[in-house]
Design a protein around this ligand. Structure first.
Ligand SMILES: [Zn+2]
Length: 468
């Protein structure tokens, strides 16, 4: 009987590209699975994943700083006193990891928000009305939340993950522009960094609103706060509908008890994923008495707090992306960026020339911070070897150097354009440096969308030759 053809999932892709150490893989000499040592729901990223995340964090940090966010890095563990004030201890306790040390109770951070509130409160006390509002605090914050073990799956459902999290503290005068700016930022991240289409065909907005009848009871806050926040959300959704054609759906009574929100929902093939979220919070500013503090120091007359994340859980986003793109990553995030294939002939003299050209090309690319590897092959192994490398490690660019190519003074190059597929090109040359310049031209083309985000190039070289 023929085995049913099972499509690869994101764990397969991530494993092949050395992004992840899959939990189910065996640690042979200990005769145990890696997962049994790490713990369920806690993904262990490998070296390719480390590269990917480090570059992604640099891009996201630069992106936010350039758009007026301030960067925070907050502790992984806190006294439960913090979560008693924030309310998480009462309402979210079953999802928190709580433990005792020296008769004090602590919790592993389930959310970054309370820390950002503390930072903002301290700034207000110190710098009073000089604190510029809206004040935006950004953090790539790692949080841990208990999920039922049956629900855990790869990178999609985990117990520890990192959010591209930010909190915005703003007076009511800036609500509309704050929400609009966040939407535009989200769009930039999706279209330029991840090269995902952001159009009416694949994006819609879901507005979760309160119920005017139940404000003050089920929904915390005043009528005025809910009206102002909902008007800002609806106004932005309407503007987006007019300018970009994206539909929005309003769901009355679907808001969280603490405030209304916009979720951005993306369709990937058959699936729908909530990707970004912009959420008002009338609860935390009350619990931490931020409105009193803002008034007391003369910074503003009122204060709204917004939580927002564009990718949400970076782990989950990566899982969704790898499956939707079948293991293809943006050039800057791809662990192995360039494969230089040396097609040997068995003729000593010729092979020496080929090896020299290939090694020189790799060296020059490495000198630019490009993660390039050499794939040695001969005519008989070429197809199999290249195919295997192309379908597992998935370099963004492949350069082929063989006897005929050197004679002709022209090497074929194959490179992957997201959302389009492979493109082919020939680079003519009279010296090896010209091959290098031709490859760099393609690299600049692939880097260009990301460069538009921040004006910077992101290159982190690591020697991954052992992956060949
Ligand atoms: Zn938050």
């Amino acid at each position: 009987m023929e085995k049913p053809k099972v499509e690869k999932d994101h764990v397969d892709y991530a494993s092949e590209m050395d992004i992840l150490v899959p939990h189910e893989h065996r640690f042979s000499v200990l005769n145990r699975s890696f997962g049994s040592l790490v713990g369920a729901g806690l993904p262990l990223f490998s070296i390719g994943g480390g590269i990917l995340r480090w570059v992604l964090y640099q891009i996201l940090t630069d992106f936010h700083v350039q758009r007026g966010y301030r960067v925070a890095m907050t502790p992984a563990v806190a006294s439960t006193e913090l979560y008693k004030v924030s309310g998480h201890y009462d309402f979210y306790r079953e999802n928190m990891y709580v433990f005792n040390i020296d008769e004090h109770e602590f919790a592993i951070k389930p959310m970054n928000c309370p820390f950002h509130v503390l930072i903002f409160a301290n700034l207000l006390q110190k710098y009073r009305e000089n604190v510029p509002l809206p004040y935006k605090i950004f953090e790539l914050g790692t949080v841990h939340r208990y999920e039922l073990s049956g629900a855990l799956y790869g990178l999609m459902r985990v117990r520890g993950f990192t959010q591209d999290d930010a909190h915005i503290f703003t007076p009511s005068d800036y609500l509309h522009e704050t929400v609009m700016a966040t939407f535009q930022e989200m769009k930039e991240i999706y279209t330029k960094l991840f090269q995902l289409p952001f159009s009416e065909e694949n994006i819609y907005l879901r507005l979760s609103m309160g119920d005017p009848e139940k404000i003050g009871e089920e929904f915390i806050g005043t009528k005025e706060e809910w009206e102002n926040a909902e008007e800002a959300l609806r106004g932005v959704a309407q503007e987006i509908k007019e300018s970009e054609g994206m539909k929005y759906y309003e769901e009355k009574g679907e808001a969280a008890f603490y405030g209304p929100k916009i979720d951005v929902v993306m369709k990937f093939g058959e699936d729908e994923w909530q990707v970004g979220t912009i959420q008002f919070d009338f609860n935390l500013p009350r619990r931490f008495k931020l409105v009193d503090l803002v008034k007391e120091v003369g910074a503003a007359e009122d204060l709204y707090m917004v939580h927002r994340a564009y990718l949400g859980s970076i782990e989950r986003f990566l899982g969704v992306y790898l499956e939707a793109r079948k293991g293809r990553l943006p050039f800057v995030l791809n662990p192995v960026q360039v494969a230089v294939v040396a097609i040997r002939t068995g003729k000593e003299e010729v092979d020496r020339t080929i090896d020299n050209a290939v090694l020189l090309l790799r060296e020059m690319l490495v000198g630019e911070g490009i993660r390039a590897v050499v794939v040695p092959a001969d005519r008989t192994s070429l197809a199999r070897k290249v195919r295997k490398f192309e379908t597992t490690v998935r370099p963004s660019i492949q350069v082929y150097v063989g006897e005929k190519d050197l004679e002709k003074g022209e090497v074929p190059v194959k490179y992957y354009v997201l959302g389009e597929g492979h493109r082919e090109k020939k680079i003519a040359f009279s010296s090896p440096e010209e091959i290098f310049h031709g490859v760099m031209e393609i690299i600049r083309e692939l880097e260009a969308p990301v460069e538009e985000l921040t004006g910077k190039k992101y290159r982190l070289y690591e020697d991954l030759q052992y992956m060949v």
